[in-house]
Design a protein around this ligand. Structure first.
Ligand SMILES: Nc1ncnc2c1ncn2[C@@H]1O[C@H](COP(=O)(O)OP(=O)(O)OP(=O)(O)O)[C@@H](O)[C@H]1O
Ligand SMILES: [Ca+2]
Length: 938
């Protein structure tokens, strides 16, 4: 089974430390950690600045070293696996034994039939298991790892699997290291190696070679893995800073690869549902064994043929035990997850599928998840030019025309700060600006004023980067006249706090008085209440110490220039998604770093109720004064957290979980990771998200769209319903088959079904028809029902009643046909068992049809909505026809041809189970008109 090295196996609590000893002696990282960057580049024939010279060179190396993938290849050939399933199952061994006994006793016919039946049973089981493995494998390939590569001087984003030794790559905060790297450049670099070494503290890394001599006393003078501070290991996560490195080891030739090889034999933990199914399977086996034992005993006491009783019992055991159950559950989960992936939600851990249906609170980021993350400058306001909040430069009204005439000195200053205090870059390849959408908007607005990008005219000395806690960004620059200026932009309250002066409309600097401060805040609030992300812009002339770095402490006594409000429209699908979720009693909470007014406006636009902002909105400042208990007490009424930082998310999840809520939380940054881990469903963003956030999450939204969470919950609930449905089908068949033989034995009747017939029935119930019930399309009505409680059982009383009801119909109908046939001639003939056998199979197919939905009529969901089901049932019926009409199979199953009249008679009888269930559904749906039924109880 090939595995994606970047999937989450290493998060199991296994400790890889032991495996590391072996690693330390072999890997390439040992060789290169003690020599300089230049020597490393030389040894690998590469260039630190330009990377490898050509693609053909890289291809040659790949031919030599292989792709940068860790494939724990499974060498066992298919036929061996197939054979091993024969010996793996004691029941099958017993059957083989009974075939052998038949053979020895001269009963060649029986021996051949049983052997054939065994082969069919085992093959069906094997094919299913193989499919389950294949679909699990496909899950591992859903999140391919990417990296930033430099080759022949060109930078590009590529799949990590193409890397070869000698390649040069960049990495920065939040990235996962794509291969073992010898670091050649680093800025404040710290890397989290916990998935490799188990050490939780991030490790400081740099490009300095390790001094080999300090390890002389260690055996073989080996530098331990954790001490190779100039090596960045594949799969580890960059916690801070950024850097550049030369690839020294790829694929299996990395520390991770070696550890992984040793750990790949560890089985993946099962999901709670799978565990529950395993247990259910065991319990059922136990009960069937006892029952079958009793049947067998009674039969022998009655003086029946010993061998016949033995064969029937063993076949019955094979049939009654739903040995296919765990596999079908796994396949259903896996196929469901693949379906979700097609709908843009990637589940990283299988158990999350079950949790999804229980989520009752969703905490979502605003920017990029609820909104489109496409910002445009909508309004500009400056104190000098506009004086009060009613006066703004509304870009939308002035659309199209040239705005050059509006350029007063303060507006000019505001735009200039936005231009220079900016990290967005123009990409020739894409023909547009790339980077932070806020920054992009500030560059895209310039041409409307006939301004151009001035960044090439000044040189940047230092930067205080924006982060969600600081809520501002500053850059220090020097121009050609040696003038040193600090340009600052950020949240308007923050900037105003640090400002003492302002630029008036003629460009003169004046002192700010109290009234003017209030005016600025009022205008900021006013822009925000239009739903605009509002930033303030300010600058500071510094004396000529041009080379000095700047820190947060240097940002004060600023000269305020103006405010800009940016529009970021809600995503079109979000409103409907929120409506559906709210209807299903899911509480939606918006968490944003933006201002309160902006948040409230957007919340109302997308249908998050904010009736009284006093209660429904909490700001980060207020949150800081509360402890977890206080927060838990009020959080039920809160639907917006404004001016919040990623750190606050942790408090929010904790408070919600304290109340017993099942929480889904979104996040994309490095600082969001702890909250994503803690949440029941951590949701990260495929496009904007960092690798760290993805790593910590249970689900990745590939389109970053909030409404995809709804899709995922819907699928999660649907999968659960499907599992309940095929459980009903399998168990009712199993109960019916067992009871049938038990009753006829107790009544001293001959056996209504022979061993081969029972085995064929087993294929129907454990095979394709059951599996096809697992892929029934999601019924959107599941969202109207409240979330499932986590403790709710899968085999609810309702499911139980339903399956017993269906089984009763099958038993009574089949016994009726059996008695009727037998009484006609008083003897048991091949015709009699053929009728009984076919009757049972028809019953079962009608039963399967009923099991497609628990409460909706088949006429409502449609006969042709589950193609796979129709194929499976069609195939089963075709098989049944072969069994009774093809001479070869007649020999095996001991059957005879039936007349058309016989078939019609059987169809009439067996359809009763279907019509009875339709009546039950009708009854339930009528009752539903007064009271919404609860899916989880059905
Ligand atoms: N690039 C930037 N430079 C300076 N200030 C910024 C920048 N981006 C945002 N801000 C300011 O910081 C505030 C908070 O932004 P932040 O990025 O923390 O919000 P966010 O958490 O991303 O939003 P959301 O939670 O809605 O996704 C914004 O309202 C804005 O005033
Ligand atoms: Ca079975």
């Amino acid at each position: 089974m090939s595995e994606n090295p970047f999937a989450s196996h290493l998060e199991q609590d296994s400790n890889p430390a032991a495996a590391l000893d072996a690693v330390s002696t072999t890997s390439a990282s040992l060789k290169y950690c003690t020599i300089s960057s230049e020597k490393t580049a030389e040894a690998l024939h590469t260039n630190i600045r330009e990377g490898l010279p050509s693609v053909s060179e890289a291809n040659q190396r790949r031919a030599l070293h292989g792709a940068n993938e860790i494939a724990s290849d499974d060498d066992e050939p298919l036929w061996k696996k197939f054979l091993s399933t024969f010996v793996g199952d004691p029941l099958i061994l017993l059957l083989i034994g009974s075939a052998a006994i038949s053979f020895i006793m001269g009963n060649i016919d029986d021996a051949v039939s049983i052997t054939l039946a065994i082969v069919i049973v085992v093959t069906v089981g094997f094919v299913q298991e193989y499919r389950s493995e294949k679909s699990l494998e496909a899950l591992n390939k859903l999140v391919p790892a990417e990296c930033h590569l430099i080759r022949s001087g060109q930078e590009s984003k590529v799949l990590a699997s193409v890397l070869v030794p000698g390649d040069v790559v960049f990495f920065r905060v939040g990235d996962r290291i794509p291969a073992d790297l010898r670091i050649v450049e680093s800025v404040d670099l710290s890397i989290d190696e916990s998935n490799l070494t188990g050490e939780n503290e991030p490790v400081l890394k740099s490009s300095h070679a390790v001094d080999k001599h300090s390890y002389n006393d260690l055996p073989g003078s080996i530098v331990p893995i954790a001490d190779r501070t100039c090596i960045a290991y594949m799969g580890t996560l960059v916690r801070e800073g950024h850097g550049k490195g030369i690839v020294v080891g790829t694929g299996k030739n990395t520390a991770f690869g070696t550890v992984f090889e040793m750990m790949s034999s560890i089985e993946k933990p099962k999901t709670p549902l799978q565990t529950a199914m395993d247990k259910l399977g065991k319990d059922l086996s136990f009960m069937s064994f006892i029952l079958i034992g009793i049947i067998c005993l009674i039969g022998i006491i009655q003086g029946r043929s010993w061998l016949e009783m033995f064969q029937i019992s063993v076949s019955l055991a094979v049939a009654a035990i739903p040995e296919g159950l765990p596999i079908i559950v796994t396949v259903t989960l896996a196929l469901g997850v693949l379906r979700m992936a097609n709908r843009k939600a990637i589940i990283r851990r299988l158990p999350s599928v079950e949790t999804l249906g229980s989520v009752n609170v969703i905490c979502s980021d605003k920017t990029g998840t609820l909104t489109a993350n496409h910002m445009t400058v909508a309004k500009i306001w400056c104190l000098g030019s506009m004086a009060n909040k009613t006066n703004v430069l509304n870009m939308e009204k002035k659309n199209g025309g040239n705005l050059k005439n509006y350029l007063t000195e303060d507006i000019k200053a505001t735009l200039r700060i936005g231009n220079i205090c900016n990290n967005s870059t123009f990409s020739q390849e894409h023909g547009k600006f790339l980077g932070n959408p806020t920054d992009m908007a500030l560059l895209e607005v310039l041409p409307k004023f006939d301004l151009d990008d001035q960044r090439s005219r000044v040189s940047r000395v230092d930067e205080i980067p924006f982060n969600s806690k600081r809520k501002l960004m500053a850059v220090k620059t020097v121009d050609s006249n040696n003038k040193v200026v600090v340009y600052v932009k950020g949240a308007y309250e923050k900037i105003l706090e640090k400002s003492t002066h302002y630029v008036n409309k003629d460009g003169r600097v004046e002192k700010l008085n109290m009234a003017q401060r209030e005016q600025i805040i009022e205008s900021g609030n006013s822009l925000a209440s239009d739903g605009l992300r509002t930033l303030a812009f300010a600058e500071l002339d510094l004396p000529n110490d041009r080379s000095k770095k700047i820190s947060d402490d240097d940002v004060h006594d600023l000269v305020f220039a103006g405010l800009i409000g940016m529009k970021d429209p809600p995503r079109p699908t979000v409103r409907a998604a929120i409506e559906t979720l709210t209807e299903g009693s899911v509480h939606i909470i918006m968490i944003t770093g933006d201002a309160e007014n902006t948040a409230v406006n957007i919340a109302r636009q997308i249908g998050i109720p904010v009736v009284n902002p006093e209660i429904a909105v909490l700001t980060g400042d207020k949150l800081d004064t509360m402890n977890d208990d206080q927060l838990a007490n009020v959080i039920n009424h809160v639907s917006v957290f404004a001016r919040a930082t990623p750190e606050h998310k942790l408090n929010i999840v904790r408070a919600l979980q304290k109340r017993g809520d099942i929480v889904a939380m979104t996040g994309d940054g490095v600082n969001d990771a702890p909250a994503l881990k803690l949440a029941d469903i951590g949701v990260s963003m495929g496009k904007m998200g960092t690798d760290v956030a993805k790593e910590a999450s249970d689900m990745v939204l590939t389109d970053d769209d909030f409404s995809t969470i709804l899709t995922a919950i819907e699928e999660g609930k649907g999968i659960f319903n499907n599992i309940q449905n095929f459980l009903t089908f399998q168990l009712s068949t199993s109960v019916a088959a067992l009871s049938l033989v038990a009753i006829s034995t107790a009544l001293k009747l001959p056996n209504p079904l022979n061993a081969m017939q029972i085995l064929w029935i087993n294929i129907l119930m454990d095979g394709p028809p059951a599996q096809s019930l697992g892929v029934e399309a999601v019924d959107h009505e599941v969202m109207k029902k409240p979330p499932r409680k986590r403790t709710d059982k899968i085999l609810t009383n309702e499911v139980f009643k339903r399956l017993l009801g269906s089984a009763a119909f099958i038993i009574v109908g089949t016994i009726y046909v059996f008695m009727k046939e037998m009484n006609e001639d008083g003897k048991i003939s091949d015709r009699d068992t053929t009728m009984t056998f076919t009757c049972f199979v028809f019953f079962d197919m009608f039963n399967a049809l009923s099991c497609r939905h628990s409460v909706k009529s088949i006429f409502e969901i449609g006969f042709f909505t589950n193609k796979m089901f129709n194929y499976a049932v069609g195939l089963s019926l075709l098989g049944q026809m072969c069994a009774i009409y093809v001479p070869f199979f007649q020999g095996i199953f001991k059957t005879e041809s039936l007349s058309l009249g016989d078939l019609c008679f059987l169809l009439a009888i067996s359809s009763s189970v279907f019509f009875a269930d339709e009546l039950r559904k009708l009854y339930i749906r009528k009752g539903r008109l007064q009271e919404a039924y609860d899916y989880s109880n059905v």
